[in-house]
Design a binder for this molecule. Sequence first.
Ligand SMILES: *Cc1c(COP(=O)(O)O)cnc(C)c1O
Length: 368
Amino acid sequence: MLKSQETILEIDLSALKHNVTFIKSKLKSNTKFLAVVKAYAYGSDATEIAKYLEDLNVDYFAVAYTSEGIALRDAGIKTPILVLHPLPENFKVIIERCLEPSIYSQRVLNEFIAVAENLKQSNYPIHIKFNTGLNRLGFTESEIENILNSLKTSKTTKVKSLFSHLAASEDENEKEFTINQIESFERISKKMINNLGYQPLLHQSNTSGILNYPKAHFDMVRCGIGLYGFGNNPEINKSLKPIATLKTSISQIHTIKKGDSLGYNRAFIAKEQTRTATLPIGHADGINRLFGNGKGFVFINGEKAPIAGNVCMDMIMVDVTNIPCKEGDEVIVFGPEHSAENLAASINSISYELLTSVSQRVKRVFCR
Ligand SMILES: *Cc1c(COP(=O)(O)O)cnc(C)c1O
């Protein structure tokens, strides 16, 4: 554990390895493993995480946007990279940087084929995305014939995979809906494969899909949040290790009298003499303003200190009236012992949002 006065996000790579091993233990030995490293690897730092995962021989990476894929290529990542949400204006650079697009509509398919033809490509790997109920991105089943016609008239592309995304794989109450999504995907895949004459990879599962629906593993799984230590389920969370610890320290301690106010807009008024600690972390670092006024909390010397008053851009103040502590003491915002999921829940958010909102101003520090 690193001692620092500065706010840092400490990333434990051995925990990452543990999570990969745990999730792989749920797969058949021949199921491929795609690591989702979009959004700076859920806030952790995509290039460091991808380098480490490449050494662990993951089969694929996925990012959301083209620029994220370019950053990985710039860092020397050689593993195939699926770009989940590419936009046609990026197709040229996608090909130049050997990134593999998700093709999610007829418009996008036509545009990609045109660019690939222009660049004299043959068998360029693409991934066809089907909408089976999330209604976000993807072709519908009724478009299969059109897809096949477009693909047949052009040798420029080759379908590397067919995939779809589950809408509620973590939700026990939506089992029927999820099974329906899995069955739709099976039906669609069968039709596609019968007509393509070759067998692309099939994939549909995110982390909760992996854990809850073995039937949906197909040829490859796409694991995001699980890598970073969260399984959307308290039982599973016991087996995973959060890799990120957001820590800071106490810059100054004040004792304010009954009736004194604290912070912007005087949002906190002391009901009694109150001891407060000012911390060098604010909404510009990822501490949402909704955490203010007692909703959010941090841990100091193992004790829970609520955020008092409004969250400032660069600072928060916490109530340490009953906590023995001094200036310079370490503060944990979240980490393996103080779950990011719990902190997020205090403002009706989820681990995903809290992790990805730690801003680029916060230094990432890696330990093995
Ligand atoms: C983000 C994302 C994933 C990863 O989901 P987790 O729940 O974090 O495992 C998988 N597939 C797609 C299409 C995604 O957008």
